[in-house]
Design a protein around this ligand. Structure first.
Ligand code: ADP
Ligand code: MG
Length: 226
């Protein structure tokens, strides 16, 4: 059996808005193992982003347990959690979230500058990450000079530059046309084929169908399909 990367046990997330409460996630129990390629599928408002925020420790569960590499995340203090997040989790967002003033290489390098001691091989890591997404020849361009698909490739390179244990992508093809979305999906497939553990959110059943495992989310409740 492959090593476990993330495990959830009866995880719930409840948001309070004044008097009202929203149960955005209810009793989520599942494991993501190394090398898995998992789609999270559900309509808007079903709890997909809530789940991704919990998987990336951007938010904490209201109840239940979350384990990263077998260790309870709740036992880590804020600093330790931020460390694990920065070094072991790669995020890709729908809106790319690149900094417009930095070059492509500068954007990809950014996660490395958050280390206490920036790695000596930073330039080589940036070059390697750009090569993996086929953007080497755009290293000195700025995001404004790139197409949507190219911007998302840069965002993926930025997520890869720390060699994370897991890649979390929240609707990464949501802002792209169908053809470009297919090329970005092919890139994620290739990264998984090379051994990457990937969890990708989509509201497209057509995209989710291309994954060997799908977590369907509806009103905060998850069903596991393999
Ligand atoms: P999805 O990503 O599937 O569209 P979300 O996880 O963003 O769904 O939202 C799930 C539910 O939780 C929705 O009803 C949403 O309105 C609610 N929600 C999400 N974030 C918050 C928040 N910070 N405060 C209050 N309610 C929230
Ligand atoms: Mg969402």
């Amino acid at each position: 059996m492959a090593a476990e990367v993330i495990r959830l046990n009866q995880v719930c997330k409840r948001y309070r808005m004044g008097e009202a409460t929203v149960d955005a996630l209810v009793d989520a129990t599942f494991t993501i193992e190394e090398g898995e390629f998992v789609a999270i599928l559900g309509p808007s408002g079903s709890g997909k982003s809530t789940l991704m925020h919990l998987l990336g420790f951007l938010d904490s569960p209201s109840s239940g347990e979350l384990f990263f590499e077998g260790r309870p995340v709740a036992a880590l203090d804020e600093t330790a959690r931020a460390h694990v997040r920065a070094e072991k989790i790669g995020f890709v967002f729908q809106a790319f979230n690149l900094l417009p003033r930095l070059t492509v290489a500068g954007n990809v390098r950014l996660p490395l500058t958050y280390h206490r001691h920036p790695p000596a091989d930073a330039a080589a890591r940036v070059a390697d990450a750009l090569a993996r997404v086929d953007m080497t020849n755009r290293a000195h361009h700025r995001p404004g000079e790139l197409s949507g698909g190219q911007r998302q490739r840069v965002a993926i390179a930025r997520a890869l530059v720390n060699s994370p244990r897991i890649l979390l992508a929240d609707e990464p093809t949501g802002n792209l046309d169908t053809h470009t979305a297919a090329t970005i999906l092919a890139l994620f497939k290739e990264l998984n084929r090379q051994g990457g553990t990937i969890v990708l959110v989509t509201h497209s059943a057509e995209i989710a169908a291309q994954f060997p495992r799908q977590l369907h989310v509806r009103d905060g409740r998850i069903t596991d399909h393999r």
